[in-house]
Design a protein around this ligand. Structure first.
Ligand code: EMZ
Length: 384
């Protein structure tokens, strides 16, 4: 009964020193592991900046495969605020009833398709589809476009050859360039057109800025959402009683979503670059070196969460930071939460049990730490 478990590799380092370390392409990272410390560093954007060289705050670093600055995530205050205020209302649309109805239709269809099949490889033939089809709503573009994105596979930067494949990344960048040109020639109601026609302080966004927002929208919510969906299916396959419980008590669904997201912490960590010599947990941090805010470790902090390594679907106190914390908290969180909410509700309604047939775990290698982030593949049978 532990195939769906995600062990916490950070416990020892977190409790002993509060810090971990890893190398990453010769640009080492000091990892901040405790929840309080992660929050403190995330809050301190003056000492720990996001607006470093594009790609450098991501771990593994994307400096070699990306020149475009992702917006608003690689911009610091005060400029950050102008972008964030502009984009935020669009990313809150998942709170609208009409949006939720459309999302429900997408998710229902996918579950019906899965029920009709003998077995399903969930990572590539369920979660990727769901994420891509749902993204057409967030971008407000025709459903058919999801076929193109599904064709790229689950990772936009990762291929069989490399975790940071420049050729693969270029597929995404060229595609976005093309879509921007199309939206200029033929403006519509989609996110590209909306951004191209927006202004901050009386100045129109440039194509490069629009591209920066779009890369983030495509890349930031891709494997994170796909892993959240896949990991949830794995969990329910081993815990049919939880599925039944949700069906009988739909009022716990919001709490259950937060708990699954805390436990899976689909984004392990995010980096920052120190702007000056400073200290974290009695560790010296030199100017122009990297720290990481390790959300995955913080979310298992035993000083904050009771039984941190258990999934407690109705957990009462859950101040998790799986969507980040502070200025840069996740822009896509509203969309991601809706996906998870509707997924859980619809699974509980339509599926009685899920048989786990075969799986291969996806383990991140982070220096001394090895962390299960999800599955490279997982085959199940859905039972009505
Ligand atoms: C970046 C990042 C954003 C990065 C919130 O996370 O997600 C990663 O998956 C991408 O590779 O470019 O968008």
């Amino acid at each position: 009964m532990n195939k769906s478990a995600h062990p916490d590799p950070f416990k020892k380092a977190r409790t002993e020193t509060g810090m971990g370390k890893m190398d990453d392409q010769n640009d080492p990272v000091k990892m901040v592991l405790g929840l309080k410390d992660v929050r403190k560093c995330a809050h301190n954007w003056k000492a720990f900046q996001s607006g470093a060289e594009p790609g450098r705050i991501v771990i593994p670093s994307e400096v070699n495969i990306r020149d475009t600055r992702q917006i608003p995530f690689e911009v610091d205050p005060p400029e950050h605020k102008g972008y964030r205020n502009l984009i935020e209302p669009w990313f809150k649309r998942p709170l609208e009833k009409e949006y939720q109805e459309k999302l429900k239709a997408i998710i229902s269809t996918i579950i019906d398709e899965a029920l009709a099949k003998d077995t399903v490889e969930v990572f590539g033939n369920f979660s990727l589809q769901l994420q891509s089809r749902a993204l057409t709503l967030l971008l407000n573009i025709p459903f058919e476009e999801s076929e193109t994105w599904i064709g790229w596979g689950a990772h936009v930067f990762r291929s069989e050859e490399s975790d940071l494949d420049a050729d693969k990344a270029n597929i995404l960048y060229n595609y976005i360039d093309q879509e921007i040109e199309k939206a200029i020639a033929n403006p519509g109601e989609d996110l590209y057109s909306v951004l191209l026609n927006s202004e901050i302080d009386g100045k129109k966004l440039t194509k490069e800025e629009v591209k920066g927002v779009m890369i983030l929208t495509f890349a930031g919510g891709r494997d994170t959402v796909i892993n959240s969906i896949t990991n949830s299916i794995a969990y329910f396959s081993e815990h049919p009683a939880s599925l039944k419980w949700l069906k009988e008590n739909p009022e716990i669904t919001n709490t259950a979503v937060e708990e699954l997201i805390r436990y899976f912490s689909p984004l392990t960590q995010m980096g920052r670059v120190a702007t000056k010599d400073t200290m974290v947990c009695e560790h010296a941090i030199k100017a122009d070196t990297r720290i990481s805010l390790c959300w995955a470790s913080a979310n298992r902090d035993e000083r904050v969460f009771e039984n941190p390594n258990e999934i407690v679907l109705d957990r009462k106190i859950n101040p998790h930071i799986a969507f980040g914390f502070g200025t840069h908290n996740c822009l896509g969180a509203t969309h991601a939460r809706q996906i998870m909410h509707i997924l859980l509700t619809t699974l509980a309604q339509k599926v009685s049990s899920i048989d786990l047939i075969d799986f291969k775990e996806n383990i991140e290698e982070l220096g001394d730490f090895k962390r299960k982030v999800g599955y490279d593949s997982i085959t199940v049978k859905f039972n009505a």
